[in-house]
Design a protein around this ligand. Structure first.
Ligand SMILES: Cc1ncc(COP(=O)(O)O)c(C=O)c1O
Length: 305
């Protein structure tokens, strides 16, 4: 926390912190996996780059270098002795007045880490999840920078996922302003049609997921064509398979949309193959992707400036 290692219970801030009132922070979510080289952070430099890009989008100057933050992430995992865990760096405005303009508010930086299993439930990776289309639209880039991971943007996600949960669904799917599919409340979407993968991009107001990028590479290396363009609800309902990607959900099959079965209504063979390839990559078993893994035991970390 701001350069110091503090206990979970000691990691507190004042109630007048600007970000607590206005959602004016930026954050990242990373996973650290158990590998032969010990606990290793998946795509550390890409997450750090995105954190700095998110901060820039909100005019926030992070008072540490990328290398310092990378070291802090590895050190937090190391000192906790985790073999696998989730890591959450957060940059926020602290206390110095509650005008909406955060002038004079200090920029505080914290890194949290804790063990976190399957985000959408223990059997979600195998059985798949049930999804509903949200009545809330995904915010457009004229409202907030959609490719930045800003705290306040997650109010949009929270409303959608609570609405989905209260109707008995596992997750919400948000449409963009034009009525095309954007993404889940915290995940990107892939469809499988005739052995090809389809996914959308920033033109559909999505966060450009690092898992999405990894899956595009893995799929192409497996010989699948990956097409990038708009996705409609009709595309989803008529798809052979569909799955979510994200750091939290990894690769999670979608088995139903608003009561309609997707494909066979269970995890499909292409999804399973992608899941297996993803698991081999994150666990360091597939050496082709070892550059995606940063062992926390390695010192110092170099991620570039
Ligand atoms: C809204 C949203 N979309 C997509 C993603 C997936 O991004 P990533 O794969 O980088 O975790 C996330 C998670 O960070 C998210 O919150």
């Amino acid at each position: 926390m701001n350069g110091e290692m503090v206990s979970w219970s000691g990691a507190t801030i004042h109630v007048s912190a600007h970000t607590l009132h206005y959602g004016s922070g930026v954050f990242e979510g990373l996973r650290c996996y158990e590998t032969r080289a010990g606990a290793s952070v998946f795509r550390l430099s890409e997450h750090i780059d995105r954190l700095f890009a998110s901060a820039e989008a909100y005019g926030m100057k992070i008072p540490y270098s990328k290398n310092e933050l990378a070291d802090a992430i590895c050190e937090t995992v190391r000192q906790n002795g985790f073999t696998s865990c989730y890591v959450r760096p957060l940059c926020f405005y602290g206390s110095a007045g509650l005008a909406v303009h955060p002038r004079n508010c200090p920029i505080e930086v914290v890194v949290l880490a804790w063990p976190w299993g399957a985000y959408l439930g223990e059997d979600s990776l195998e059985r798949g999840v049930r999804v509903t289309v949200s009545s809330y639209a995904k915010f457009h880039s004229r409202m907030l920078p959609t490719t930045a991971k800003g705290c306040g943007g997650y109010l949009n996600s929270m409303l959608a996922v609570r609405e989905a949960g209260s109707s008995g669904y596992d997750e919400a799917l948000l449409l963009d302003e034009a009525g095309n599919i954007a993404e889940g409340s915290g995940e990107n979407l892939f469809l499988v049609r005739d052995g090809r993968l389809l996914t959308n991009d920033e033109r559909s107001s999505i966060l450009l997921g690092i898992t999405r990028d990894s899956v595009i590479t893995l799929a192409r290396d497996l010989g699948y064509e990956v097409e990038i363009g708009n996705l409609t609800l009709e595309d989803l309902v008529s798809a052979d398979e569909a799955f979510f990607t994200g750091t939290a959900v990894e690769v999670t099959p979608i088995r139903e949309l608003d009561g309609k079965r997707i494909g066979q209504g269970k995890r499909g063979p292409v999804t399973e193959r992608i899941q297996r390839a993803f698991l081999s990559a994150v666990s360091g078993q597939d050496k082709r992707y070892s550059a995606w893994l940063e062992p926390v035991a390695r010192q110092p970390v170099a991620v570039g400036m």
